[in-house]
Design a protein. Structure first.
Length: 318
């Protein structure tokens, strides 16, 4: 009978298995650390990209809005051709922009807790332009003498401030009555007489509705702060959230340099940026600089600092 050769079976010892498990655990821990670090880095990059995009949007809105400040139709760039004091109800207007403190919020129709200056821009709404049918001299006479008739349908309301403008001058007036049947308005009594500047307009003059927009940082009802824009009709738009440390500075151009000497006037260059309390004449402000910090939401917030300079489109060179 042939002998049977039995081969002894061999395997891993307990010590070898424990060593292998330990090495595997170390490799797994290292892989998890790499994954966690990569995921955290990706999250930071994503949050940073969101903050940068918010900063780009805010900068674009500010520059677009402020570049239109001071637009009054085809009125030339001359401050002495814009009349904002001819009729009652318009005495609080400014040619281009104006800034008020946070304490003025309630008087400006803002109900939120404001944390910054409140900057207001003034310009006409081009899509509201209508043309008067005959020459007219603004006056303070009876109501039937203070009527402007237009060549097309109108979209004005009682209390609206409108601007009567041609390519030589512009005057703000307030609507006191509207007659939609014959496309006419009656305006508040004007301190005008024939021959006065800003009082006589030909049949080619246009009337456009004046738009005011207010910009400010305020609480957003979610425990944070946001940048808001408030329209003349009271509608409020939240532009960007996560805004803090906001500073508004105003670029002033009140002097010209000629023949080695400074004189009062405007040459289109910013001499200095000052805060609101140091602005003497708002007609001298040709730019606004916004310094602010934007923060992402969440526990691990990402912050970025931004600075935006918004030029005012129709600055006046006196």
């Amino acid at each position: 009978m042939l002998g049977v050769c039995r081969q002894r079976q061999q395997g891993y010892t307990l010590v070898e298995i424990m060593i292998a498990l330990a090495l595997g655990a170390i490799l797994l821990a290292a892989s998890l650390e790499i994954y966690t670090t990569s995921r955290a880095s990706w999250a930071d990059q994503r949050l940073g990209a969101v903050v940068v995009e918010n900063g780009r949007v805010m900068s674009q809105v500010l520059r677009s809005s402020f570049s239109n400040a001071g637009y009054y139709g085809c009125l030339p760039d001359s401050n002495d051709k814009l009349f904002l004091n001819k009729t009652s109800g318009v005495s609080g207007l400014f040619p281009y922009i104006h800034s008020a403190g946070a304490s003025s919020a309630s008087s400006l129709g803002i109900t939120r807790s404001v944390e910054s200056d409140i900057v207001t821009t003034y310009s006409v709404v081009n899509g509201t332009a209508v043309t008067i049918t005959q020459e007219h001299v603004l006056n303070g006479g009876d109501a039937d003498q203070r009527v402007l008739v237009f060549n097309s349908n109108i979209n004005f309301n009682v209390g609206d401030i409108v601007v009567l403008s041609n390519c030589n001058q512009a005057t703000a007036i307030q609507v006191s009555a509207v007659n939609s049947e014959n496309n006419s308005i009656t305006y508040s009594a004007a301190n005008c007489s024939e021959g006065d500047q800003g009082c006589t307009y030909g049949a080619s003059a246009t009337v456009m509705k004046l738009a005011t927009r207010r910009f400010y940082v305020a609480n957003n009802d979610r425990g944070g702060s946001s940048f808001f824009m408030k329209f003349e009709n009271g509608a409020e738009t939240e532009l960007i959230e996560g805004v803090k440390d906001v500073t508004f500075l105003y670029g002033v151009d009140a002097q010209t340099y000629s023949s080695g000497a400074l004189s009062v006037g405007s040459d289109g260059s910013i001499e200095q940026y000052v805060n609101r309390s140091n602005v003497i004449d708002w007609g001298d402000v040709i730019a606004v600089r916004f310094d602010y910090t934007l923060s992402s939401l969440g526990n691990n917030a990402v912050e970025r600092d931004f600075s935006t300079v918004a030029m005012i489109r129709n600055f006046r060179m006196n």
